[in-house]
Design a protein around this ligand. Sequence first.
Ligand code: 6CS
Length: 282
Amino acid sequence: MRTDRLARSLVATAATAFLLTALPASADEALDALKAQGFARIAIANEPPFTAVNPDGSVSGAGPDVARAVFKRLGVDDVVASISEYGAMIPGLQARRFDAVTAGLFMKPERCAAVAYSQPILCDAEAFLLKAGNPLKLKSYKDIADNPQARIGAPGGGTEERLALEAGVPRERVIVVPDAQSGLTMVQQGRIDVYSLPVLSINALYKQSGDTALEVVAPVEGAPVYCDGAAFRRDQTALRDAFDTELAALKASGEFAAIIEPYGFSADAAINANRDALCAQK
Ligand code: 6CS
């Protein structure tokens, strides 16, 4: 082959390779890759009832169960979960460690700017777990800010941490707690005065503890109701759209309600919400 034709061929090959990696993958390309992989890699937090790793190692919870059902309709047989802190989920997605985040990662403007969210899936308000009798009378994040003795525990990079800081709680009184069991123990030991998670998570934790020396405040006064969606990389909006098409069919068929309502979630809350409004919510 003459040199100039070889050079043209090499340039064309390099250009094609660049375009395939640089351009957003089409839904078919992204889906074909997941089908070839045989599963979708999802990030979870292991915070029942949003997400749960069972004693036998299987994964359940409303988020993974919905994701599994939608991916099956897309021809992707299963999901494989990795546990991650909420604050590490988006960086992990962007670093291609996960194909999607299906963990109850609530929609907020800064997150909506960083990922491609599906339409809403799991909605919930916020709650406090604290000592019975609520000795410091904490019913809102502002109550915590106003009491210089009050220490709140919350997931790192989570909505509750952000709500506490935005309400004026000084950084040194907002304690990052790695998981729900640690939060429970820290309240029981008096190392924090309140542990904050969404209502269904706090209720599940309180019930599982059986500790009558604790009580739940729900909902937290002044805190919004949030909804999550499945989060995809920003350059995979075609895959997100394909997910949304099957999610809408799942909602219309009643299967969506059959999956999430036994966990305590409201299907109507998600069906009547929409991504654009939730992404505009502070
Ligand atoms: O989206 C979040 O940041 C919050 N979502 C859940 C389901 N639990 C705590 C977390 O902070």
